[in-house]
Design a protein around this ligand. Structure first.
Ligand SMILES: Cc1ncc(COP(=O)(O)O)c(C=O)c1O
Length: 443
């Protein structure tokens, strides 16, 4: 039995509507991984993957009145847990499969794990990534793979890259290394749960994990179900790409028509068939987390703990406010990756401010008379409010006509007073709501 919980975090949520394909039954033919498979994966990964720290987090413990630990896969070799699944799969390939070369599709982190495994095992590979994969990740893939790996950018989503990889395999007979929909991949990711139990010396009450295609959640769910059955598993997915939620509602994996690609590690249109089979059979809670809340969690982790988490890496921490945590509970949040391109911080700050109600955009129609702008500044803005953007919509018509105005408030509660002052001013003002077509032009 799976409980689907719709997160209470505000902001635009693109899920879980409008699937474009009818539900399909989950992979009955694929064997599901077991805890024994996870233990075998842990043996294979000894000396290859880092045993990452499990660290108590004072700030989050105080905020939740619980004992919160962070499982630091951002400190993994390749800076995400993805090496675990990729290596566990590739080390089990036959000589013939290796000789055919491997092909993988990835939003960036699986690719780094695959590239790393290629170099360790001396296997050649072609890796397809979407053009949205940040440069930082593309550079790291090339670094880990060296001469053995070719990186090919194609399409704007993971799914487009996956289609190109499948076409390559059909054409060349190369061996595919799936990022989540394979029992060997899922068992490799499940080794995170084995480490958590060993490091904690006790069963955690709650484990919170991110979900993209679902391989990580499936591996961890498998292990916990057998070795720590009283542990609650919370699966957190981005609100703009909630493919697990959509599958649970539909009764099988469905393809989302539109996704927000912002959480690049976890923005997947369709949950994997194997992860769906595992997660729908186990009592996991699924929460959808607004992208702005993820940005706030990233910034808080950076500012308070000095942890560099990428968006998918901060999903579990952001999910703490979207699920009920009993007082005194022992909670583990999986910080799944730390490959964040520094050039993304502008957008991360912006999304966080909007999510916290501190940043707003308006279309202001200034009357065609001198001093209109001064009136706006003097009598509409509050003492703690700042203008962060001012742009006439018609650039050849300065001083008159509508302007796009961005305002950062001193406190979110200041919005209603600001709106009242706008209402009683001589200008016509339209508040652009996040998610509306006019607002999208800004972001
Ligand atoms: C850092 C990070 N976290 C979470 C995920 C989601 O993982 P999965 O596809 O196994 O659900 C990914 C996937 O690439 C990732 O890179």
């Amino acid at each position: 039995m799976v409980r689907v919980i719709v997160s209470t975090t505000s902001g635009p949520a693109a899920a879980p509507t409008a699937p474009s394909a009818p539900p399909r039954a989950a992979h009955a033919e694929t064997a599901l991984p077991t805890a024994v498979d996870v233990d075998a994966a842990a043996d294979r990964l000894r000396g290859v993957a880092t045993v990452t720290p499990l660290e108590p987090c004072e700030r989050l413990s105080a905020a939740t009145d619980a004992r919160v630990f962070l499982k630091r896969e951002d400190l993994q070799r390749v800076r995400s847990y993805k090496l675990r699944g990729a290596y566990n799969l590739m080390v089990q390939l036959t000589e013939a499969e290796r000789a055919a070369g491997i092909v993988a599709a990835s939003a960036g982190n699986h690719a780094q794990g695959v590239a790393f495994a290629c170099r360790m095992l001396g296997v050649r590979g072609r890796i397809y990534v979407p053009t949205t994969t940040p440069r930082q990740k593309r550079d790291r893939i090339a670094f880990h793979g060296g001469d053995l790996v070719q990186v090919i950018s194609v399409g704007s989503t993971f799914d487009a890259a996956a289609a190109a990889a499948a076409e390559d395999v059909a054409r060349t007979g190369a061996t595919i290394v799936p990022p989540f929909d394979d029992p060997r991949t899922a068992a490799g990711q499940g080794t995170i749960a084995a480490e958590i139990l060993e490091q904690l010396h006790t069963a955690p009450d709650v484990v919170v994990v991110p979900v993209g295609g679902g391989g990580c959640a499936a591996g961890i769910a498998t292990y916990l179900a057998e070795r720590s059955p009283n542990t609650r598993l919370v699966a957190a997915e981005p609100a703009g790409a909630a493919s697990l939620t959509a599958a649970l509602v539909a009764g099988g994996p469905v393809t989302l028509d539109e996704i927000d690609p912002f959480v690049d590690g976890a923005a997947v249109r369709r949950i994997g068939a194997l992860p769906y089979a595992v997660l729908s059979a186990r009592e996991a809670e699924v929460v959808q987390i607004d992208e702005g809340a993820i940005c706030t969690a990233m910034l808080d982790l950076y500012q308070s703990e000095g942890v560099i988490a990428e968006p998918a890496g901060a999903l579990s921490v952001a999910a703490l406010t979207a699920t009920s945590i009993p007082a005194g509970a022992t909670v583990v949040c999986l910080v799944s990756g730390g490959n964040n391109d520094v050039s993304r911080y502008g957008e991360i700050l912006e999304r966080s401010l909007v999510h916290r109600g501190l940043k707003h955009y308006f279309l202001v129609d200034f009357p065609q008379e001198p001093g209109a702008l001064r009136t706006f500044l003097d009598s509409v803005l509050g003492p703690d409010d700042d203008i962060t953007l001012f742009e006439y919509v018609k650039r050849n018509n300065r001083e008159t006509g509508a302007a796009l105005v961005g305002v950062e408030l001193g406190a979110a509660e200041g919005l209603s007073a600001l709106l009242e002052r706008m209402e009683s001013s001589p200008m016509h003002v339209e508040h652009l709501e996040p998610g509306t077509p006019a607002y999208r032009y800004l972001t």
